[in-house]
Design a protein around this ligand. Structure first.
Ligand SMILES: CC(C)(COP(=O)(O)OP(=O)(O)OC[C@H]1O[C@@H](n2cnc3c(N)ncnc32)[C@H](O)[C@@H]1OP(=O)(O)O)[C@@H](O)C(=O)NCCC(=O)NCCS
Length: 200
């Protein structure tokens, strides 16, 4: 069973206190209210929190540890590296119309980002883009589903109940996940991909 609980003393809250006192590492707009602990199906706990401006290196590490197949399913092209521009785009958010929630685990006594859920408002069509990716060795533990549900709930809180996503037509995992979350989902074929319309 998956449990969402408040951070224990000594985890999120105290980390925040420490970071607050480190010059250049505290984001003014960072919303700590979206921090929580998540217990996965195998009993391990991960820390969920909004992404920070300083998370670039942890995103690169996540990217380097994901399989080419998972990266392809996330980005829909064969991507070799994250550019500086992409990292900036992924980490510098307004925490309202653009939001990303990351899952953090401790590996070798260090923080590792092992999954990201995000939405990003697209002013071209007025619909938010929704995406999720979980590092391969953390998949099938309920993380993707919880992270997506939490990300969507945060979007809803900010007034977004309509999302879209481009998806590979073979991505049965994501289809099943959206079905299990009970959203109203419509699939249209566009340039060989599914354009997915998601209402929550
Ligand atoms: C899609 C993705 C985020 C799912 O993450 P996850 O943490 O493995 O998903 P969960 O463990 O929460 O699984 C939720 C449900 O999805 C389905 N599912 C997950 N992995 C599956 C698999 N390999 N085969 C079939 N169904 C699968 C199951 O129904 C599962 O529920 P269950 O565990 O009760 O059977 C992950 O596979 C991923 O990062 N894929 C690459 C990137 C991607 O495809 N992103 C989506 C496009 S933006």
């Amino acid at each position: 069973m998956l449990l969402l609980v408040k951070p224990k003393p000594g985890s999120g809250a105290s980390r925040r206190q420490v970071r607050k006192n480190m010059p250049g590492t505290f984001d003014e707009d960072y919303p700590p209210k979206y921090e929580s602990l998540l217990t996965l199906k195998d009993g391990r706990q991960v820390f969920l929190r909004p992404i920070r401006k300083t998370d670039g290196n942890l995103l690169i590490d996540l990217f380097n540890k994901m399989s080419p197949q998972s990266l392809y399913l996330r980005f829909l092209w064969r991507i070799d590296a994250l550019s500086a521009e992409m990292i900036h785009h992924f980490t510098h958010l307004n925490y309202s119309s653009d939001f990303a929630l990351v899952a953090v685990a401790q590996e070798d006594a260090r923080d590792a980002i092992i999954a990201v859920g995000r939405y990003f408002f697209d002013s071209k069509d007025g619909i938010s883009d929704l995406a999720v990716a979980v590092r391969d060795d953390w998949q099938r533990l309920g993380l993707g589903k919880s992270l997506l549900a939490k990300t969507v709930a945060i979007g809803k809180e900010h007034g977004f109940s309509h999302f879209k996503s481009m998806m590979d037509i073979q991505n049965k995992t994501m289809r099943r996940l959206l079905l299990e979350l009970g959203y109203e989902v419509k699939y249209s074929l566009r340039s060989g991909f599914y354009e997915v319309d998601i209402r929550v």
